[in-house]
Design a protein around this ligand. Structure first.
Ligand code: F0G
Length: 434
């Protein structure tokens, strides 16, 4: 990336987004390449170090993150190093032995945003900004507010009124952000914020900021590392503003360019049916043009109709041979409850990945021998209302559940009120067992 031409990170000439490039990495051959074995050893060793920077699952890969003049400016909450869980139940149901979930909800503020935020907030601090800002469906604002507080910076959050999960709003408040709820949707919030940052000296921390993507590429390194540097065949990612799919594609591409892995995985993007502009774009123009939609989904994190990074995401899908498809509200709710039965809690926006995989498997697009990784983006406690509504049977309409009533009933676990006696409790257990 050259000089930051505009505060909204768009090119003066073509209006497209910037991307951080490291000239020369792709051309490196033979002895010119970094010593792959030494790097892999160093990155693993750092996990045992007592240095804060080494404990971070982002900064322990800092050789591939040359974005700061001094790593002393890094703002870290020990993000990353999230677990890669095997999914025994879903594996069995889908006939895919090697099925895993990379749970990015296990980050300090409960979502994948922390990996990008540590990177971009560090840049903000190094450049001496006093204010940072973002528009958000909730998770970006939670992460930004936390990292700004750690860095000693002021933060401004613009969120769509009444359309984000309470857990996320609570985080922004707790970490001291100036939080404005606007009577518009996410797309409207982002549009307004772009105007604000052109008027005032504020560092924009939405994922249009290319340094966010630098941090968000690191789960690709962790996934490769966890699989002993054999990349999975297929990575499935939810799609909202479409930065994450772009970032992970970049991460795997850089590993391959530097000779650390032999190939890149297929990367597929799943959207909610009511917020599926990329699915439409891929189907109608192979990702050449995108027509914004008015977005509707209960998976509020991905309720986005005019995604900023759609060109980058379309390129990643095309270059890796991935798919782009959408899933219904019922499919999302069922997949989330199924992940729950594996002991894994996630946000509805994360569950689109399992719902998408089920569809791809039914279409014969995924081979049982493939190694598949689902990227779970947020923690279940972010949006407890959604989960409770599902289990109480008040989440979905009759129209949405039509034909799937039995399946849904089998997954629902409402909390019951019972008498405070041993007999009543034992009877409740018996009823469930039976
Ligand atoms: N999953 C969760 C839990 C999210 O919060 C988001 C985006 C996504 C998936 C989609 O990722 O935008 O990179 O395609 N949340 C943003 C926010 C928009 O403001 O928190 P994406």
């Amino acid at each position: 990336m050259g000089a930051e031409a505009k505060p909204d990170f768009r090119c003066f000439e073509c209006g497209d987004l910037f991307e951080v490039e490291y000239p020369g990495w792709s051309q490196r051959k033979g002895n010119d390449r970094p010593n792959a074995g030494a790097l892999k050893w160093l990155w693993r060793e750092r996990r045992c170090s007592s240095e804060a920077l080494d404990h971070s699952g982002v900064w322990r890969f800092r050789e591939l993150l040359p974005i700061l003049d001094s790593f002393g400016n890094a703002v870290t909450l020990r993000e990353g190093n999230t677990p890669l869980y095997h999914l025994p139940r879903a594996s069995k149901a889908l006939g895919i032995d090697q099925l895993f979930a990379k749970h990015q909800g296990m980050n300090p503020t409960g979502s994948f945003k922390d990996t990008g935020m540590t990177a971009a907030m560090s840049v903000a601090r190094e450049r001496g900004f006093e204010w940072v800002a973002c528009a958000s469906t909730g998770n970006t604002s939670a992460a930004m507010a936390a990292y700004a507080a750690r860095a000693g910076l002021r933060s401004l959050v613009l969120i769509p009124e009444g359309k984000i999960a309470w857990g996320k709003l609570a985080q922004a408040m707790d970490y001291g952000a100036v939080t404005c709820q606007l009577k518009t949707d996410f797309d409207g919030c982002l549009k307004l914020l772009i105007q604000v940052v052109k008027e005032a000296h504020i560092y924009l921390l939405n994922s249009v900021n290319p340094y966010r993507l630098e941090g968000q590429k690191t789960p690709a390194f962790e996934i490769a590392e966890a699989l002993d540097w054999n990349v999975p065949d297929h990575l499935i990612v939810p799609g909202g503003n479409l930065a994450n799919s772009s970032a992970l594609g970049k991460g795997f591409r850089e590993l391959r360019e530097l000779g650390l892995v032999a190939r890149v995985p297929r990367i597929s993007v799943i959207q909610a049916e009511g917020a599926n502009p990329l699915v439409r774009s891929m189907a109608t123009s192979h990702g050449a043009t995108l027509v914004p939609v008015e977005a509707h989904t209960r998976a509020t994190a991905i309720r986005i109709g005019n995604p900023a990074s759609w060109r980058k995401a379309a390129r990643v899908i095309q270059e890796t041979g991935g798919w782009c498809l959408d899933v219904t509200e019922a499919e999302i709710a069922i997949a989330k409850a199924e992940l729950g039965t594996e002991g894994l809690g996630c946000e509805p926006a994360s569950a689109v990945t399992l719902a998408g995989l089920k569809k791809l498997r039914a279409q014969g697009a995924v081979d049982p021998k493939e190694t598949v990784v689902l990227l779970l983006t947020g923690h279940t406690l972010k949006d407890a209302d959604y989960t409770i509504d599902f289990h109480r049977g008040t989440l979905l309409t009759d129209e949405e559940t039509a034909g799937r009533e039995t399946e849904i009933r089998g997954l629902r676990r409402d909390a019951q009120t019972v008498e405070a006696t041993v007999g009543a409790v034992l009877a409740a257990m018996k009823e469930r067992a039976g």
